[in-house]
Design a protein around this ligand. Structure first.
Ligand code: DQA
Length: 145
């Protein structure tokens, strides 16, 4: 079975409580439970990782090297700052979907820069928690064909 890893970066553990007007009212656990069901329907094995630490995200990506077929990543604030996460993503020669709950291009200028977009197969942002489901659907189609 093809494997997809979902990585969430800093402060996304606070979803549901954190600025719900921007990030919605669902918790990360609720989103992940729904994603697991959707993955089951698509015949995809899915796993989840959240960390507030840049180094832990890099280590997780290194650990998963050559073990996964697709990656969904919301690197949160590290999207805009982390060359280390970019390098760790870049060495995986697999399709990557960058996601953001909010439309980062409608927000502050510092959120317009992403270190991941140019190495991603695609970017989905601005549709709230739906971005994870759209990403899963897109990646499942790419890696199964
Ligand atoms: C975010 C957007 C980032 O700019 C922000 O730092 C986040 C979440 C999003 O999902 O909209 O923490 O990645």
């Amino acid at each position: 079975m093809k494997k997809i890893l979902v990585i969430n970066g800093p402060n996304l553990n606070m979803l549901g409580k954190r600025e719900p007007e921007i990030y919605g009212s669902k918790t990360l656990d609720e989103i992940n439970t729904e994603l697991s069901q959707k993955a089951l329907d698509l015949g995809i094995e899915i796993s989840f990782f959240q960390s507030n630490s840049e180094g832990e995200i890099v280590s997780k990506l290194n650990h998963e090297f050559q073990k996964i077929d697709g990656l969904i990543i919301n690197a949160a604030a590290y999207t805009h700052t982390s060359i280390a996460i970019r390098d760790a993503v870049s060495m995986h020669k697999i399709p990557v979907c960058e996601v953001h709950l909010s439309n980062i291009y409608q927000r502050e200028e510092f959120r317009h820069k992403s270190y991941l977009s140019d190495i991603a197969a695609g970017v989905i942002c601005g549709f709230g928690d739906m971005v994870y489901f759209l990403a899963l659907q897109a990646l499942a189609q790419i890696i199964k064909s």
